[in-house]
Design a protein around this ligand. Structure first.
Ligand code: ADP
Ligand code: MG
Length: 452
């Protein structure tokens, strides 16, 4: 290992001289030198192989590989006396574990693996996410100093987890010894219950309170967790905050929308900065597909990319899924990827989340998910407050957003009589006049139902 570091250091410090030597040796024209050689950067050294980054796409790499690699090898030997293999990689490859050392930097102190693809480099910035991206990068560059806590929220599949991993990876890359801890709220809860069961609360506390950076994903789970978790999150937060350790949360909704949680916790969430990620516009969707194309080394026509981007609007995971589906379909049928094939593949594609028509059934699903209750409860006769209130909200939304008859809305929501629906709707209209929070909630639900 130490040898590798030394060899790498020798090459790295002689890099300019190496490139110059190659230029002279091969009489490389200035423009070629500037295009192909000056962008190259040594990345790491292991198994007698030097990994060199070319910050462009694979086509560039293939070209350099054929045209210059041999001479680069020779120039390295000429300048440093080191005879090694060379592997050219892209910027995103450089985050992939090609050596033991980089390998360990993808694992957080609780043993969670970070996805090496979820880097800032691979995160496409557009109007819908640029503020969230900028703040996340600032936090990664100066953890604990500027925005603490950072609270990221937005709909499903819009890049919250990607940004969290990017922060964690960035910090680990700059400081491999940083104690970075990424977890989901649910995993935190399970860990806590396990600790309580085994009576080793101290080990649990040690683990979370020793973190330099704590990232907790899907924090909306708090409203469903057991009685201990809120207390534990609150105390862990205070402990780390006092020590100026960075804390990052991600959630599918803003802090005030998380039901059944202690106001003390909400005020902690609001203490730092809150950023929202919105569904991407067409331009950003196209750019994301292009990025994916680059990472996966596909080569796809613009009209196909545009078609997919126009088809899937508000969930990036689905957008990527649609692209994968088209590629898979082309391989399976041994056909070239073109517009016709894409149309054929996606003709029955109905987005799970957003491209559907708004129906009472869908409202029922989205409302249940939002309030963390079961669809079957919403559709039952249960009258307890935690069910009755969401049901009123659903009634209101069904009246507002669909043309379904009152009788069919009543049926979908477990009621026999259409007058119950009118009653529920009126109650919400009345309450919204004075209840700002409720008004907000309705706005968010409407956005979830039809984001564009
Ligand atoms: P969330 O946690 O908000 O549900 P994820 O972070 O899991 O969403 O993102 C879903 C998928 O979309 C991931 O594969 C992620 O890499 C991709 N993605 C999201 N936003 C972007 C972006 N701005 N640029 C590139 N890929 C993105
Ligand atoms: Mg996520």
């Amino acid at each position: 290992m130490a040898d590798n570091a030394k060899l790498f250091n020798d090459i790295n410090s002689g890099w300019t001289a190496i490139l110059q030597a190659l230029k002279q040796d091969q009489d490389v024209p200035a423009v070629s030198y500037k295009t192909w050689l000056t962008p190259l950067r040594p990345d790491s050294f292991s198994d007698n192989t030097l990994y060199v980054i070319y910050p462009g796409d694979r086509r560039g790499i293939d070209y350099i590989d054929k045209k210059y690699k041999f001479y680069l090898q020779r120039a390295i030997e000429y300048i440093t006396g080191i005879n090694c293999n060379i592997i050219l990689i892209t910027e995103s490859d450089s985050r992939l574990p090609h050596t033991q050392k980089t390998m360990s930097s993808f694992i957080t102190m609780n043993g969670n693996r970070l996805n090496p693809v979820y880097t800032f480099d691979n995160f496409v910035v557009g109007n819908s996410n640029k503020f969230a991206q900028a703040v996340s990068l600032a936090v990664a560059e100066s953890p604990g100093e500027l925005y603490n806590p950072l609270y990221i929220h937005g709909g499903v599949g819009l890049g919250k987890t990607h940004l969290m991993h990017a922060i964690a990876l960035f910090i680990l890359q700059n400081n491999p010894d940083a104690r970075v801890l990424y977890t989901t709220c649910e995993a935190f809860n399970n860990d806590l219950l396990e600790a309580i069961r085994n009576k080793n609360n101290y080990t649990f506390r040690d683990k979370y309170r020793n973190a330099d950076i704590l990232l907790i994903d899907d924090i909306q789970f708090l409203s469903r967790g057991g009685e201990y978790i809120q207390e534990e999150i609150f105390n862990t937060f205070n402990h780390l905050y006092e020590l100026k350790k960075q804390i990052v949360f991600a959630s599918d909704r803003p802090p005030k929308e998380i039901d059944n949680i202690d106001t003390r916790i909400i005020s902690r969430f609001l203490q730092g900065i809150t950023v929202e990620i919105l569904p991407p516009d067409l331009e950003t969707r196209v750019a994301i597909l292009r990025k994916k194309e680059e990472i996966e080394n596909y080569n796809i026509d613009a009209e196909v990319i545009n078609y997919i981007a126009s088809k899937v609007k508000s969930n990036i995971r689905e957008l990527e899924g649609a692209l994968k589906k088209v590629i898979a379909f082309s391989k399976l049928n041994n056909k070239e990827v073109n517009l016709e094939l894409a149309q054929e593949t996606l003709k029955d594609h109905l987005s799970m989340y957003n491209e559907q028509e708004i129906t009472s059934l869908r409202i029922r699903e989205v409302v249940a998910e939002h309030f963390g209750i079961k669809v079957s409860d919403l559709a039952s006769e249960k009258r307890s407050k935690d069910i009755a209130f969401p049901r009123h909200v659903a009634m209101y939304l069904c009246c507002e957003l669909t043309t379904d008859s009152l009788t069919s809305i009543a049926r979908v929501l477990g009621k026999k009589d259409h007058s119950t629906v009118i009653h529920g709707r009126n109650k919400i209209i009345e309450d919204m006049k004075t209840d700002e929070e409720l008004k907000n909630k309705i706005e968010i639900l409407k956005k979830k139902l039809s984001p564009s």
